[in-house]
Design a protein around this ligand. Structure first.
Ligand code: FES
Ligand code: MG
Length: 597
């Protein structure tokens, strides 16, 4: 499998005959924690374990345990291990957003992978932003890299019903608002959804991004969805450690795997699994760092018509354990392959194509993973909308419920369009204060707008666009109103919202001009979203906004908030640090860093 021995990247540190001073200096300090001279100069590859687990990041914390098995795999295959921490990201713990930290973890990991004697790396993925941060960094540095998912939590249960991460919160809020449970009941119900170590057990952003990492080819087949506590998870860690050593010998790099074909496969898979609306943001970011072509409109072109096959909350009924037992991603891909929807030649980390890996994979439970011809829902992908409100926004069609469809999309003359009066909120605080205010006159025909929630405005883009209706409507049986905003939505929410509107209000997008009482027309058939305001009025409002210094948002509170705000791009192009793209594939194009003394 290996050709003639290659010069390892780490030999620039540990075996450089032209600079014996520095070689000695590098060697003496890495000897310091117990490695021998013989080991460091044996020509064995040095493999990093990029550790995302810590007490601050409970979703990924099990990686501290799994790392032991990764190490054993690496040693067994003849590699040397250097484990190091990645800036922790906890989706539900980090204020003001975990989104702010994705690019920070990315930056930090790039410096580590580029600046230290590493020949390959195991990326320990899990909680929402940790997966894209790691893949973005690996794409930039482009040394052999393999991802290991920490795995989802076990199923949550409450009174005999499955309770899923995040999704249960939206349900519990409705129950609290309707007076069906009290505060104690609320806490009990919500915490029942998290019975073990691991990441969210719903098809939220964590399950989505780990599944897509496997679909992209960056993870061993069949391993993304193994629940964290299962013994198979330990075995996957061991096999991942062994495999990265072989990948270094084969010089199999992210740029060999993360091709446009791989991204198109991920888009198709995302529809079939009912994946998160955060996926377009993160895939755009990874693609831009590796230099693969990908546009937000690809989501509609390649993904919209793909049916929903995976029956997981929030779009369906089951949870991650059920999905793993039913066959997980290989079974889904096999269904899609039968219909010619997968670019089968795309290479994966095990050295085989996705077609080779998944051909013949069977569904073990057809209620959890549906066969292609009996899906949960047809055409379950994302619509990409544009108009005078924004250049791009997306809508997850798989969560549009029948009652919503009947109420808003039932006009026989124009079954894909609806019009409504808007009520505009500037940030979630504004929403929480005013949503039950009767003077807003919110009716079933109102469209709720959230702005100031994008990468610049919030900052980091907050998951606040999905808004529950006021209590009086919930009591009357209206559980969802159409929502629209320049922020994101939790992947665990089933709200039919128009999200990720770019550019955001804080970057001069049309949402900044909207006022409560305006009318908006959304046409899903034509893919448009417009404020129904005359051109002259729009121009006048823009002049007034610019005279006032633009859309106002809270001041930065930390150095990183201020720095990121100055350079971050918009959600439809990945919300990356603009300019950082110029450094894609630094290991190849910019060479090794200089010696430090
Ligand atoms: Fe970390 Fe959901 S909050 S995976
Ligand atoms: Mg979230």
């Amino acid at each position: 499998m290996t050709d003639a021995p290659r010069t390892l990247r780490s030999s620039a540190w540990f075996d450089n005959p032209d600079n014996i001073d520095m070689t000695a200096l590098y060697l003496e300090r890495y000897l310091n924690f117990g490695l021998s001279l013989e080991e460091l100069r044996s020509g064995k590859p040095i493999i990093g374990i990029a550790q995302t687990g810590s007490d601050l990041s409970p979703c990924n914390r099990h990686h501290l345990v799994l790392a032991e098995r990764i190490r054993e795999g690496i040693r067994e295959a003849g590699g040397i291990v250097l484990e190091f921490p990645v800036h922790p990201i906890q989706e539900t713990g980090k204020r003001p957003t975990a989104g702010l930290d994705r690019n920070l973890a990315y930056l930090g990991l790039v410096e580590l992978l580029h600046g230290y004697p590493l020949d390959g790396v195991v990326l320990t993925t899990g909680c929402d932003k940790t997966t894209p941060a790691c893949l973005m960094a690996a794409a930039t540095v482009n040394i052999p890299a393999i991802a290991l998912s920490v795995g989802p939590m076990l199923n949550g249960w409450y009174k005999g019903q499955r309770t899923g991460s995040g999704t249960i919160v939206w349900r519990a809020r409705e129950m609290l608002a309707a007076g069906e449970i009290d505060h104690d009941g609320f806490i009990k119900l919500v915490t029942s959804s998290a019975p073990s170590t691991g990441f969210c057990n719903t098809m939220g952003t964590a399950t989505t991004m780990n599944t897509l990492a496997e679909a992209l080819g960056m993870m061993l087949p069949g391993t993304a969805a193994i629940p964290a506590p299962y013994r198979d998870r330990q075995e996957a860690a061991y096999r991942t450690g062994k495999r990265i050593v072989e990948m270094v010998a084969e010089d199999l790099k992210p740029s060999d795997i993360l091709t446009r074909d791989a991204f198109l496969n991920a888009i198709v898979v995302n529809s079939a699994i009912g994946g998160s609306t955060n996926a377009p943001i993160h895939l755009a970011a990874i693609a831009r760092h590796v230099g693969a072509e990908l546009d937000v409109t690809d989501w509609q072109t390649y993904g919209l018509d793909v049916p929903l096959l995976v029956n997981l909350q929030p779009a369906g009924a089951y949870l991650a354990e059920d999905y793993y037992r039913a066959g997980s991603l290989p079974a889904v891909v096999a269904q899609l392959m039968d219909k010619g929807l997968i670019r089968e030649g795309a290479l994966t980390v095990n050295g085989h194509s996705i077609g080779e890996n998944c051909r013949g994979a069977t569904i073990e439970d057809e209620d959890v993973i549906r066969p292609f011809d009996t899906p949960l829902k047809a055409a379950a992908g994302f619509l990409v909308l544009k108009g005078n409100l924004f250049d791009a926004a997306i809508m997850k069609t798989s969560v549009i419920g029948e009652d919503f469809r009947a109420r808003y999309l039932s006009n026989p003359d124009d079954p894909e369009a609806f019009e409504g009066r808007v009520v505009v909120f500037d940030g979630p605080e504004d929403y929480h204060h005013r949503i039950d205010d009767p003077s807003l006159d919110i009716t079933p025909d109102t469209l709720l707008v959230m702005r100031g929630a994008g990468p610049v405005g919030y900052p980091g883009a907050a998951e606040v666009v999905n808004m529950r209706p006021p209590a009086h409507l919930i009591k009357a049986g209206v559980f969802a109103l159409p929502c629209l905003g320049d922020g994101r939505q939790s992947g665990t929410s089933a709200s039919p919202s128009i999200l990720n509107a770019s550019p955001e209000a804080a970057a001069g997008g049309g949402l900044a001009l909207l006022r409560t009482g305006d009318r908006v027309r959304i046409d899903l058939g034509r893919g448009t979203a417009d404020m129904l305001i005359p051109e002259e009025e729009i121009a006048e409002r823009r002049r007034a906004l610019e005279a006032a210094g633009g859309y106002a948002y809270p001041a930065s509170q930390t150095p990183w908030q201020a720095m990121q705000r100055a350079v971050v791009g918009q959600l439809h192009t990945g919300a990356i640090l603009e300019g950082a793209e110029a450094f894609q594939r630094i290991a190849q194009t910019k060479g090794l860093p200089r010696d430090n003394h």
